[in-house]
Design a protein around this ligand. Structure first.
Ligand code: AFP
Length: 353
């Protein structure tokens, strides 16, 4: 029965009526782009676009053909509607100027067209992440217009291309999930007002980087791994999908903490994830769902951006655990933390009685 089910179009129009009425039209265009990317990703190897493109992106990362196609899908679906003054994408070094054929609008769209794409060849869930800022001025946006703290976002969301394709978004009044009904082509509201449990026993981090982390992160993860035999007194579970969208989606569905922290491999890279079109939109979604999103030393949404593609440490999810990690950073920075004793030594010591 289709009647009685809320579609994405109905939801966004009802929730953006008035001051941001054009925002609804932009979100409908984003949803159309997501549907086309979903169809492409869903073909898998049959799409003929597996493998690497000839180029590398601004991050110096090998660009996959499907990255390029997803990027083009969002540009082509969103550039013509008259809501945008410019776009920023992970796949493009400079901001994208709206072609002269199309009118300008008062919003800015920032996005990662296909996050987790290194998983696309191994059939693991990937996603698209987007952030929307408003820009009252007329005409084309300058780079500086995009460099605004995440607290100024008027909307944020992601698509996850998994067994089902879902669109999860916020326009500032909660975080809500829509599932693509492939028969009708509509996104249907299936997860209204998502809430992240404050407590969790599940953490997500790439532990192969452990030796590069700062001590407070090493301390937190060591305590989780020690489980009931350590200071936490309970056992924890670990996940790492290497697809931020999939990790954040799991956390919105059942709680958890996701960490891609600062590490000391490269001082110029204070983390792997990008502030404007990964950390900020995910932080808005998590906070709107009652969770927390931190750099370890401050709220992600308060970070003042300096460059379009800057990276930032990310610790987000269940509020109690994020606040614990922040406390460990404060104790480390003020020299009041317990000396860090690596459990590896304890486990491996030949002389332990
Ligand atoms: P790709 O888009 O290059 O696959 O990177 C995905 C990602 O930015 C994020 O989605 C993951 O959480 C993180 O990188 C995984 O990083 P590691 O491969 O270092 O674990």
């Amino acid at each position: 029965m289709l009647s009685g089910r809320t579609t994405l179009s109905k939801f966004v129009i009802e929730h953006t009526r008035g001051q941001h009425s054009e925002l609804g039209a932009l979100l409908v265009d984003v949803a159309a782009a997501v549907k086309s990317i979903s169809a492409l990703v869903g073909k898998g190897a049959l799409s003929g676009f597996a493998g690497l493109a000839a180029a590398t992106n601004v991050q110096g990362e090998a660009q996959k053909k499907i990255d390029v196609l997803a990027n083009e899908a969002i540009l082509s679906h969103c550039e013509w509607g008259g809501q945008l003054a410019g776009m920023v994408s992970e796949e493009m070094e400079a901001a994208y100027r709206i072609p002269d054929d199309y009118p300008r609008g008062r919003y800015l769209l920032l996005f990662d067209p296909l996050d987790g794409s290194s998983n696309s060849d191994v059939n693991v869930s990937v996603g698209s992440i987007f952030s929307i800022l408003s820009r009252p001025a007329a005409g084309d946006a300058a780079d500086a217009d995009f460099l605004r703290p995440g607290s100024e976002q008027v909307a944020a969301g992601y698509a996850i291309y998994g067994p089902a394709t879902m669109l999860v978004l916020s326009v500032g009044s909660g975080t809500h999930g829509f599932t693509l009904d492939r028969e009708s082509g509509n996104f249907i509201l299936t997860h209204p007002d998502i809430r992240v449990p404050a407590e969790t026993r599940e953490f997500a981090i790439n532990t192969s980087n452990e030796r590069f982390w700062e001590a407070p992160v090493q301390r937190y993860v060591a305590e989780c791994k020690a489980g009931r035999s350590g200071v936490r007194g309970v056992d924890f579970n670990m996940r790492w999908i290497a697809s931020m969208v999939a990790e954040v989606h799991r956390i919105l569905m059942r709680g958890g903490i996701f960490m891609y922290p600062k590490d000391h491999r490269d001082p110029a890279r204070p983390g792997r994830l990008r502030l404007l079109y990964e950390a900020n939109p995910m932080a808005m979604l998590i906070e709107q769902a009652g969770g927390a999103a931190s750099t370890g030393r401050g709220r992600i949404l308060d970070v003042e951006p300096e460059t379009l593609h800057q990276r930032v440490p990310v610790i987000l999810g269940s509020r109690d655990e994020v606040e614990r990690v922040e406390r460990y950073h404060r104790e480390f920075d003020t020299g009041t933390d317990r000396p860090f004793v690596s459990p590896l030594f304890a486990e491996r010591s030949l002389f332990r009685d």
